[in-house]
Design a protein around this ligand. Structure first.
Ligand SMILES: [Zn+2]
Length: 135
């Protein structure tokens, strides 16, 4: 690919449209949500890394994945403190905390306070925002 901006945080909308599938674009760039129960990543139980589908940044490890029963891939912690960013999101369902890729700013999902120990967090992430790399 030519003319692709090296820094994913500075990619233009046209670049994102070229790089991402329609569904990835809708989620990552327009804060969309995939239908519950549709992600193949729900059923991944092998060891590996979950990367941002937009920029390839390492976001979560399978050690932090758990079965939440919600229909979206769920994690109790990101791979590192600076892997994701969060911000308050006022939407139709009230206030939630949005989870974004720290590198490219792509929308990943939301984080809630009803997860398991040790963090008590539930990172509820769209599978289409992730790419899985087996260890
Ligand atoms: Zn990213």
């Amino acid at each position: 690919m030519t003319n692709q901006t090296d820094d994913p945080a500075r990619r233009s909308d046209a670049e994102w449209r070229r790089i991402l599938t329609d569904e990835q674009y809708r989620i990552l760039r327009e804060a969309g949500t995939e239908p519950a129960g549709t992600s193949e990543l729900l059923h991944v139980d092998e060891d590996g890394l979950f990367r941002c589908a937009g920029c390839g940044a390492e976001l979560f490890h399978s050690e932090q994945k758990y079965t939440s029963g919600t229909g979206w891939p769920s994690f109790w912690d990101p791979i590192g403190d600076d892997a994701v960013e969060t911000q308050r999101d006022a939407g139709l369902l009230g206030f939630r905390t949005e989870v974004l890729c720290a590198r490219c700013g792509g929308h990943l999902g939301h984080v809630f306070d009803d997860g398991p120990e040790p963090t008590g967090k539930r990172y509820c992430i769209n599978g289409d925002a992730l790419a899985f790399d087996r260890d």
